[in-house]
Design a protein around this ligand. Sequence first.
Ligand SMILES: NC(=O)c1ccc[n+]([C@@H]2O[C@H](COP(=O)([O-])OP(=O)(O)OC[C@H]3O[C@@H](n4cnc5c(N)ncnc54)[C@H](O)[C@@H]3O)[C@@H](O)[C@H]2O)c1
Length: 396
Amino acid sequence: MNIAMLGSGFIGRFYADSLQGYRSKDKIVSIYSRKTESARKFATDYRVATATTNMEEAIARPEVDVVCISLPNHLHEEAVMLCVKHRKAVICTKPLGRNATEAQRMMEAVEQADIFNGYLEDLVYTPKFIKAYESVKSGALGRILWAKSRETHPGPHSDWFWDIEQAGGGAILDLGCHCVEIARTYIGKDIKPVEVMCWADTQVKPIEAEDHAIGLVKYENGAIGQFEVSWTFRGGLDLRDEVMGSEGTIWINGFLRTGFEMFTSGKGANYVAEKAESNSGWVFPVGDELNELGYNHMFADMFNAMESKQQPRETFYDGYVVNAILDAAYKSARTKQWEPVQLDVWRGRTGVTKDSHLDSYDDDHYLVKEEVTHYGARKWILKNKKTGKIIERVDA
Ligand SMILES: NC(=O)c1ccc[n+]([C@@H]2O[C@H](COP(=O)([O-])OP(=O)(O)OC[C@H]3O[C@@H](n4cnc5c(N)ncnc54)[C@H](O)[C@@H]3O)[C@@H](O)[C@H]2O)c1
């Protein structure tokens, strides 16, 4: 694939490292950046043939197969519309829009133009997530009841994130978009998110947006997604998932504790990992950031899908659903009420009821719990189906 990269900053460079290093057959052929020197530097670092400060020029080049949007949030829509104008396949970083209205416009435009569209939600492509999700799909956790995802760090690296107009929001939008899509994928992307309750506050930073929030997303089948986000967390980049099902549990620490711990006095200190706050003392490096953060598997899925004329796992539609959930979270944080998720476009199932939680033990009883005690007794706690009385049966 010949790629036009829009944006030469933090994520543009992570993407470029992954794009040109992993499948080995993809090449960035044009780079757009706001400043000439940044575009030129990126072109030199990644051996890109053309560098420009004109976004449309970067997109329209005939050799470009796909456009990768790595721009600040307020520029995503403009970039997508230029891809539609020039009928170029487009993959866009997260969040898709600053809100669901923007995201819906982008989704409808690419779908009407019938161009390939991919939503670059890397955290559902991490090796740990992929393995965990396979277990969930195979039924190893039973019914998914609660899926929590946490992303917290000490705050973003560029000015525009801190400006609510350009960014569209604070930690909820910037980090919550990851958490919401992670929980939604565990619970089932065909299950409708119905309402959201969210607490948000600006606890530390001198900004208009929230720097800390916690939210609950209720799904039609009764499952709960939970997100925890912060731009004020000290100690690095904390990425964790917890999934609880009727038959099992998964805990994942995606970044801060990967099993790699190092002590250094600081002599010869270097980059440790994204958002690491220290490079001396005990530090927690990450073996292969591109892989641990999902970029490699994400681009493999995107480009394999494009080549085989299929949809990738994450499309603009997913970006739109995420934006709609986050819009409800913002509303709830203001009203302090559960707020409905407004989805004008819904392509999953509807009317999915809560599965029965009644597990029969025999004709007369439901099973509440079975346990072997420390003194060797086997116990069954049972509920009579007719009377409702709770009893225990003990096999000593
Ligand atoms: N894990 C992830 O998926 C992930 C991580 C970080 C950022 N992002 C997303 O990537 C996008 C870019 O974020 P970033 O961290 O690379 O930002 P950044 O500030 O490091 O880079 C932004 C790039 O956009 C260019 N640009 C063009 N017009 C601009 C303008 N008006 N203001 C500022 N920059 C302008 C800059 O030149 C720069 O190359 C955002 O949508 C962000 O949410 C995703």
